[in-house]
Design a binder for this molecule. Structure first.
Ligand code: SF4
Length: 357
């Protein structure tokens, strides 16, 4: 067992720790093309590419991408096929689709300027909490934290926190700690310093504690347990879940609702409801639509879609609906079913692709 420790925030100690890490970062940060700019668009492109891709792989793609699409407006007016061809080989093409859709929204709704407000930026397709923190702290010096795998590893070791970053409770704890540590000024350098430390010194295996700038205050090192952190996520039994969704289509468009919750927050999906054991799907769905203010006639399509998300195996009963009235609300949107411009859940993509209207 790893011992739990409380986290100390003595301001003098915190300042000294910060100073050491930042001094190390300034002296040792690897040269990367996006580190030579404060252009929020270019930083955003780099952060998007780096989400599932190593720095060495992403670098030539980044250089070609920003040469072809040097600003938000250029990206927004480019055909999607051109954007995808510049992404070709990087994988995870949803990132490119989202970036393209988001650029068009920035042009339409923010006069072509990347918004520096976390709510506005975080509402763009494909932009989650990590990307919001990274882009806005680096480009605009907004006091926002980041938490990725590298930062989670550094923090759990530095503070000997016995939490699993992939567990919702562990992630919450780490976001709180990352938030508390961000300085008032220089948030971007601080965040990059943490990420860099995790990437090149505090590595998953064989961390280089002998050259680490925070070794003197690292609790995991003091315990002689650096590699014991972060602790692994406990395997959870698969939970079986029943859900009913309403596919509401009107002239080629489909009605979507913004999801909440730890895993799907900010993503869009046809309105649906989780069903208790033995619940009547039609009644539950009717009451859900009523709560949304949607007036519709429902018909069971008889189709079931199976979907798995982390530890949940979901059986989705699909209902078709003819909408009589739909309120104009923040949590509901009509989108073109063949070219949705919102970030969809994987289930939504599956449902829309299989729907027979
Ligand atoms: Fe990581 Fe070692 Fe530095 Fe602690 S001393 S933060 S374990 S590299």
């Amino acid at each position: 067992m790893v011992a739990a420790h409380s986290v100390s925030f003595d301001p003098v100690i915190a300042r000294e720790r910060r100073r050491r890490l930042l001094a190390w970062y300034r002296a040792h940060a690897r040269a990367m093309p996006w580190r030579r700019t404060s252009d929020p668009y270019r930083i955003w492109v780099s952060e998007t590419m780096l989400q599932q891709t190593q720095v060495a792989t992403a670098t030539p793609y980044y250089v070609r991408f920003v040469a072809r699409f040097p600003n938000v407006a250029a990206l927004a007016r480019a055909p999607l096929s051109d954007v995808l061809s510049h992404w070709s080989g990087l994988g995870y093409y949803r990132r490119a689709r989202h970036l393209h859709a988001a650029a068009q929204l920035v042009v339409r709704e923010h006069r072509g300027r990347v918004p520096d407000d976390p709510l506005a930026f975080g509402a763009l397709p494909g932009v989650g909490r990590y990307t919001t923190g990274a882009v806005l702290s680096i480009a605009f010096d907004r006091k926002l934290p980041v938490l990725d795998g590298n930062v989670a590893r550094v923090l759990t070791r530095w503070y000997a926190l016995p939490v699993a970053p992939r567990d919702p409770a562990g992630a919450r704890r780490l976001w709180e700690l990352a938030t508390a540590l961000v300085p008032m000024r220089g948030a971007g350098d601080w965040n990059q310093a943490l990420m860099e430390l995790g990437a090149v010194v505090c590595t998953p295996r064989s961390p280089r504690c002998d050259v680490c700038p925070v070794a003197a205050s690292c609790r995991a090192l003091t315990l002689g347990r650096a590699e014991a952190f972060p602790i692994a996520t406990k395997r959870r039994a698969t939970e079986r879940v029943r859900r009913a969704v309403a596919l509401i289509e009107h002239r080629g468009r489909v009605l979507l609702e913004r999801r909440d919750g730890a895993l799907l927050a900010g993503l869009w999906e046809p309105p649906g409801v989780e069903l208790a054991a033995g619940a009547d799907a039609g009644a539950a769905l009717r009451s859900k639509l009523h709560a949304l203010g949607v007036s519709a006639t429902l018909a069971d399509s008889g189709a079931c879609v199976r979907h798995t998300i982390t530890h949940r195996a979901i059986t989705v009963e699909v209902w078709h609906a003819r909408a009589r009235a739909v309120p104009r609300r923040g949590a509901l949107r009509w989108v073109e079913r063949h070219a949705p411009t919102l970030a969809l859940t994987a289930l939504a993509r599956k449902l829309i692709a299989r729907a027979r209207w």
